[in-house]
Design a protein around this ligand. Structure first.
Ligand SMILES: [Fe+2]
Length: 179
């Protein structure tokens, strides 16, 4: 059970659901990193597996979802509470930079996969392997940083009952649930 659930009884329902969503998102990406590492370890043969194309497509969707949850939902919430000049702002800016960088790596992997699996040369497999390792190593470091720095802040904000209505309204808007 994740640390967010330990306090679930004292959270507002929407805030609680969102915190659980953040934990689930992290678990999804950690499983993705493990699957990508296995794919990289088993190159070039793994290129031919039917599961690989599905995994690459899943990676694209999973990382898009991660960026949406954080940049469209969580970061606006944190900024609305902390203010643009708060000490947390450099952390959010760094995380946004890493999202953009890792999102670029996702596209490099997709391109390398298409090239590598069509030609099956060692050099193409090496490019794919390098791109995969770069992505999952960066992603694991990114997730660890979010777990230690960002998630405790999110937890504290969503535990704050005095601003719960404000948080709920902002989250509803970010998630497209209406006003
Ligand atoms: Fe992130």
């Amino acid at each position: 059970m994740g640390k967010f659930k330990e306090h679930a009884g004292s959270l507002q329902p929407l805030g609680q659901a969102f915190l659980v969503m953040l934990e689930r998102d992290h678990r999804r990406l950690m499983r993705l990193c493990a699957a990508l590492e296995k794919l990289a370890d088993e190159l070039p043969a793994s290129c031919l597996s039917t599961r690989t194309a599905r995994l690459i497509a899943f990676m694209d969707k999973a990382y898009d979802k991660h960026i949406f949850l954080q940049e469209k939902c969580l970061f606006p919430l944190v900024r609305s509470i902390a203010g643009a000049k708060a000490v947390i702002e450099p952390v959010l800016a760094q995380l946004e930079y890493e999202h953009a960088s890792d999102h670029g790596s996702v596209h490099e992997i997709m391109s390398a996969f298409l090239n590598g699996c069509s030609s099956q040369t060692n050099s193409d497999a090496c490019v794919l392997g390098f791109s995969l390792r770069s992505f999952f190593e960066n992603c694991r470091r990114h997730l660890a940083w979010e777990t230690s720095i960002l998630h405790p802040i999110a937890h504290d904000l969503l535990m704050d009952g005095t601003a719960a209505a404000h948080h709920g309204a902002l989250l509803r808007m970010s998630l497209g649930l209406g006003g």
